[in-house]
Design a protein around this ligand. Structure first.
Ligand code: SF4
Length: 310
């Protein structure tokens, strides 16, 4: 199949896109427009640079992704073999992912040539080292997260009966609201032993009130996929693996109306920055105002390009 080169990316919506949009419009520009086509040979060097920076990762991201990957693989192994990997194997796998990211980050020219094929930690790229506080924090979280995953309510549910029904694990899906395409990936959707549908979201950080609002978006997706299932049959569960806490709620129609309106408003706000709606051609970069803050700029991938950083 021939690969189509598009002058502009498609306009779609996702939780991560909304987060960057809210944080800083200039960062949003770089991430969703400036980086477009940066994988091609015959584009300006700055486009390639933005595309590379888009692929920077960081210790917390690698850690979070590793725990999600471990959960996904463990559940898939359970589906096939009805057994879980050993705790020690999971700990070793997570440590290996972190070590690989650290090692890769020393190979700057490899990453510059193929930013999608190797890893570069933001900490190493900008500071040349890993902050001790951060590495200690992750070291302290690692084993509790694995232990709490293995004894989580979700894993207990899944293993309670031989035929607990797993519907989706880390599957990238799309659906539409008012003709706009939305991307969504549930950590896990399954039916518990008493037949209720459960959406599980694994969290490796602290409890945050935004987490619940985000999960309503997952409920919107669920309702789109299963329009005939009553919301009373759905539970949304946040599993906080660091502390072993678990919160669960039943979304209501009113909550879903609110979440849908949030998405519609967010897309409408994003459209303000588009010059040509059909092409999704953005306005000039100067229209995407930098919104510097210590929190946003310290973790921003595009620091080296931005003269407004704090
Ligand atoms: S460095 Fe700060 S102001 Fe500049 S793009 Fe990033 S978040 Fe925005």
């Amino acid at each position: 199949m021939a690969f189509e080169v598009r002058s502009y990316p498609e306009l779609s919506w996702s939780i991560s896109r909304d987060k960057i949009f809210r944080e800083c419009k200039r960062q949003y520009y770089y991430h969703y427009y400036g980086s477009h086509n940066g994988w091609l040979d015959d584009v300006p060097e700055e486009t390639k640079q933005i595309y590379r920076l888009k692929h920077l990762t960081n210790l917390y991201m690698i850690f979070g992704e590793s725990i999600h990957f471990i959960a996904e693989n463990s559940i898939n192994q359970w589906r096939l073999l009805k057994e879980f990997p050993k705790r020690e194997e999971l700990i070793a796998s997570c440590k290996k992912n972190l070590n690989d990211a650290f090692k890769d980050s020393h190979l700057r020219s490899k990453w510059i040539d193929r930013p999608k094929k190797s890893l570069m930690l933001h900490e190493m790229y900008y500071d040349g080292l890993l902050p001790e506080k951060r590495t200690n924090d992750i070291r302290e979280r690692l084993e509790p997260c694995i232990d709490n995953l293995l004894k989580s309510r979700t894993i207990r549910d899944i293993t309670f009966t031989q035929d607990s029904s797993i519907i989706e694990v880390e599957q990238l899906n799309t659906f539409y609201i008012l003709d706009d395409k939305l991307y969504v990936k549930l950590d896990l959707l399954y039916q518990d032993p008493i037949g209720r549908y459960v959406i599980t979201d694994w969290k490796t950080g602290k409890e945050d009130e935004n987490n619940q609002a985000q999960t309503l978006f997952y409920a919107l997706y669920f309702k789109n996929q299963f329009p005939n299932v009553s919301l009373q049959q759905l539970r949304i569960r946040l599993e906080y693996l660091k502390d072993g806490e678990c919160t669960e709620f039943e979304p209501t129609e009113e909550m879903l109306r609110w979440a849908k309106q949030q998405v519609i408003d967010s897309i409408e706000d994003m459209r303000i920055y588009i010059e040509d709606d059909n092409l999704n051609k953005p306005k000039h970069i100067d229209e995407f105002y930098p919104e510097p803050s210590k929190k946003a700029c310290s973790s921003c991938n595009y620091r080296e390009l931005c003269s407004h950083k704090i």
